[in-house]
Design a protein around this ligand. Structure first.
Ligand code: CRA
Length: 890
């Protein structure tokens, strides 16, 4: 409030910030100091791994002060804060992205080269921070990047799994093999272990109720018998119908005293006999791009509260002594490797509660420090639940408000309803979380009580208006087992519920949450996903980024729209330059393929790179793609060498992980590998077709794969892919989409123009009818599909029994309408081939190049900056809180 004081403070900040002015000598000094002083190696001889760690630590030094200052600044300004709660953050590598954000990449490159090191090489030493499965976790990571860049007062909360997403290998037989991903092998230079931030998290036990009553004497109208005669004073209480002798007794109506029990204070609930562990904080600073704002991602790790049991230890039972310690550490040991699938395991429930309990204690501590009254909590913070995994935060906040803050249920509910928003990421029923009442009641008994009470209030509030829908709307499911529906709890409580693409939000309103939409029409809204162009263009495709910047400057890194100004520059010369950048990207991918699989790709310029990378899932239809690949191969085998020579050269590329327990997904991987080995070794078709399955798809390999794709496959069954986000990354890099009318594909087409896409297949509303037709009498399967299936059954790609489940699924149930879409898909690919072969008089793929560039420069809607602005304005109601620049800044 005192402007003078404010100014002084600002000056103080300003003095502590120095614009990042780096000179080679000081950078080298800093790297060598870290080698020697932090890592304990000799600066005269160290390997690449040490070079990486020392460089990362040195870069981190640039961030720590900004990060501290950002926190201090937020603390002083005390704006409303956003807490992004996500059980997954798929960060990937951080070295180059942090350097780019801090604008120090060139300086470090130069410094390192003076001691004979290449930044690109040492960056390869960083192990991916793979604390997520796929789209949902990567979305959270892109969102953090945008929040920091947009200078929002935001925090991320997550879990520090010791083992991230498993490493995938492929066996000789073509099967997926899972190996543990111990990403902390060499330590993680980015994180800061916070010995000072630690909370107790409780599990199990029981709830003891303490009723607070007192007895009061109250006067009340009553009937009394009074004895006539000598002892007139004797009184007896009278109850109706009781007989008495009127000669002896007289009936009087008068005020009589009565003892009543009244509630002196609300009933107290004590959660007791719990098993307690610690949550310890590890902070990962997240730098905004070219700003002084560095925000925080706080990851919790479980630790034992007591190191070990001394009694057992002294008895010599060392195993027993360590058991409790190990059980505590187990909670955050490993990420569940399921994408869009819930297994309902006790350990998973414990992970979720552990996560929200620690995060809420931290959030409440910060809030209490502001000195604001508890009723103001919603003015000061909003929590975004990334899917239902953090939704136990709702009863947890209620518990804090009731049991610690001693509010009444109504008061607590009033506050809680204003503090949460919920993003739904899927309509797949197998992904909707439900916890059996039995399990939840055991692990967090107090929370079960609270959920029941919330549900009772909710049911009462809608009973009259929606009498027929109560069973579907209830938070509690009665059959087959009594269970808590986490999505229902989230919708009832949240201020807003959003889907992640226009079609998906529409489906929420009309299908799975139709009844909720009737009750709360204003709660539902759409926020289409986005990805950060900093990582997914600037960082992963430097040549293309530089080409763009040479025409329109570098502003597009934070304002994607600027790239639209490139349109008038798209002439022959520009298109040729575009293809030059693409050759670099394709050669880089070819080198990776060679290294990992031994497969050689020749003349990558001419070869169409046709890419499908994502989790292996039936609804994503890698099946459709591999069946098409087989059909194309069978066709090639019928051609003469002269005819083959005229064909479009093509690589069909797959990468992705299958959940370890997902049988059909694993079969699909095996089929792809077996088909690849036959096709790639068939000399009669030469280079016309190569099929590649690259193992261990992750963020860092995506950064190599995506810039190299000419075509990318987004071919899910319509209505199943909530959004999809890789489609956005590919388009930004000039890949052309071949896709179905699903998820974000539809909006991408609207933005970049239909001419830039190959869309095919049944639409969402046609799927049911398609399924009917598929199994109606007289249905004839496409002959090419029939031949592909016969080839598999005939053992062309290995023992028939291996692939029968795959073939049977297509032939007999075809839940994902592969057969219906197959001919349309083939036709789309025929068009792709035709277009690929088309060149102008100078031998340049001019038309294709133009379409690719247009795809790329029109993607501004799909920048995560736009998504985050939408969230901030429509849901969070938060504003930027920009750490001021130093006053002596130029
Ligand atoms: N699996 C959806 O399936 C979506 C991402 C991010 C998913 C994708 O279509 O792009 O979320 N759903 O919104 C999910 O995880 C639990 O549901 C995904 O990544």
């Amino acid at each position: 409030s005192d402007p003078e004081q404010k100014k002084k403070l600002d000056n103080l900040f300003a003095m502590r910030h120095r614009f990042l002015e780096t000179d080679t000598k000081s950078l080298l000094q800093s790297i060598c100091d870290h080698v020697e002083l932090r890592l304990g190696r000799s600066k005269w001889s160290f390997n690449k791994q040490i070079a990486y760690s020392a460089t990362a630590l040195s870069v981190r030094d640039h961030m720590i002060e900004l990060w501290n200052d950002t926190n201090k600044y937020f603390h002083e300004r005390n704006p409303k804060r956003l807490y992004y709660l996500s059980i997954e953050f798929l960060i990937g590598r951080l070295l180059r992205s942090n350097m780019l954000s801090l604008a120090i990449e060139a300086d470090y490159t130069k410094a390192l080269s003076q001691i004979g090191l290449h930044l690109e090489e040492i960056a390869e030493e960083e192990l991916d921070m793979a604390l997520g499965n796929g789209g949902l976790g990567r979305l959270a990571a892109c969102f953090l990047d945008s929040m920091a860049t947009l200078r929002l007062p935001a925090w991320g909360y997550g879990l520090r799994y010791q083992y991230g997403m498993f490493k995938q290998r492929v066996s000789k037989e073509g099967d997926q093999v899972e190996l543990p991903d111990y990403w902390l092998e060499n330590g993680c230079p980015w994180e800061i272990k916070r010995l000072d931030v630690r909370y107790t998290v409780r599990f199990y036990g029981h709830v003891r109720e303490e009723k607070h009553t007192r007895t009061e004497i109250r006067m009340k109208k009553g009937k009394i018998l009074r004895r006539r005669g000598v002892n007139r004073g004797e009184l007896l209480p009278y109850t109706d119908g009781q007989s008495f002798n009127e000669n002896d007794w007289q009936l009087l109506e008068m005020e009589v005293p009565e003892e009543v029990e009244i509630e002196a204070a609300p009933t107290e609930y004590f959660w007791e006999n719990t098993e307690d562990i610690y949550a310890c904080a590890f902070d990962v600073p997240i730098a905004g791009y070219h700003t002084l704002n560095v925000i925080n991602l706080r990851l919790w790790q479980s630790m034992p509260k007591t190191e070990f049991d001394f009694n057992s230890f002294n008895r010599g039972s060392y195993d027993d002594a360590m058991r409790a310690k190990q059980a505590a550490e187990t909670i955050t040991q490993v990420l569940y490797p399921n994408d869009s699938f819930e297994a309902g395991k006790e350990l998973r429930l414990k992970q979720q509660y552990f996560f929200v309990s620690a995060s809420l204690q931290d959030i409440m501590r910060r809030f209490r420090n502001t000195g604001m009254p508890i009723q103001d909590l919603p003015k000061q913070c909003i929590m975004q639940c990334n899917d239902t995994h953090p939704v136990l935060a709702i009863p947890e906040l209620m518990r804090i408000l009731l049991d610690d803050e001693h509010l009444t249920f109504d008061e607590a509910w009033e506050i809680t309803q204003k503090c949460f928003a919920y993003t739904n990421h899927t309509v797949l029923p197998e992904a909707l979380e439900k916890w059996s009442v039995d399990l939840l009641g055991r692990v967090v008994p107090r929370h079960l009580q609270i959920i029941y009470q919330i549900n009772w209030l909710f049911m009462e509030s809608i009973r009259d208006q929606f009498p027929d829908d109560l069973a579907d709307l209830s938070i509690i499911e009665e059959t087959p087992v009594k269970a808590i529906r986490m999505a229902n709890l989230a919708i009832v409580t949240s201020i807003k519920v959003n889907g992640v693409a226009a079609l998906h939000t529409q489906l929420l309103k009309t299908t799975i949450f139709r009844k909720f939409f009737k009750v709360f029409p204003k709660k539902f809204l759409n926020v289409t996903n986005g990805v950060t162009q900093r990582r997914w263009l600037l960082e992963c495709n430097t040549p293309l980024g530089q080409l763009y910047s040479s025409k329109v400057g570098t502003k597009w890194a934070t304002a994607y729209k600027v790239l639209r100004q490139i349109e008038p520059h798209i002439d022959d010369a520009f298109i040729t330059q575009f293809w030059d950048t693409r050759r670099i990207a394709k050669e880089r991918l070819a080198a990776l393929i060679k290294k990992e699989t031994g497969i050689t790709l020749n003349n990558v310029d001419e070869m169409l790179f046709d890419v499908q990378v994502k989790r292996i899932h039936e609804y994503k239809r890698q099946s459709l793609n591999i069946l098409r690949a087989i059909a194309e191969y069978l066709n090639l085998r019928t051609l003469t060498p002269a005819q083959i020579a005229k064909k479009c050269k093509k690589m069909i590329f797959f990468a992705g992980k299958a959940a370890p327990g997902y049988y059909m997904a694993k079969k699909t991987i095996k089929l792809i590998n077996c088909v690849a080995s036959v096709v790639n070794n068939d000399e009669t078709i030469g280079d016309a077709l190569k099929i590649v399955f690259l193992p261990n798809y992750n963020v860092s390999s995506a950064q190599v794969i995506i810039p190299a794709a000419d075509i990318h496959e987004q071919i899910s069954t319509a209505g199943y892919e909530a959004s999809g986000t890789s489609c956005m990354k590919f388009c930004m890099n000039g890949g052309i989409i071949i896709g179905t009318w699903d998820g974000a594909n539809i909006e991408i087409l609207e933005e970049i123009g239909a001419e830039q896409t190959y869309m095919f297949g049944l639409k969402t509303e046609q799927i049911d009818e398609g399924r009917k037709q598929r199994f109606a009498n007289g249905y004839k399967m496409d002959s090419r599909l029939e031949e592909a299936l016969l080839a598999i059954e005939g053992g062309l790609f290995g023992p028939k029994h291996e692939f029968m489940p795959f073939v049977d699924a297509i032939r007999h149930s075809d839940n994902y309408v592969v057969a219906n879409d197959f001919p349309l898909y083939m036709a789309a690919h025929e068009q792709v081939e035709k277009d690929w072969l088309e060149k102008n008089a100078h031998g340049v793929r001019e038309k294709w190049g133009r379409r690719a560039i247009l795809s790329s420069i029109r993607m501004d809607k799909f920048s995560s900056d736009r998504s985050i602005i939408d969230y901030s304005e429509k849901i969070w109601k938060i504003k930027p809180c920009m750490v001021p620049a130093p006053i002596d800044a130029p």
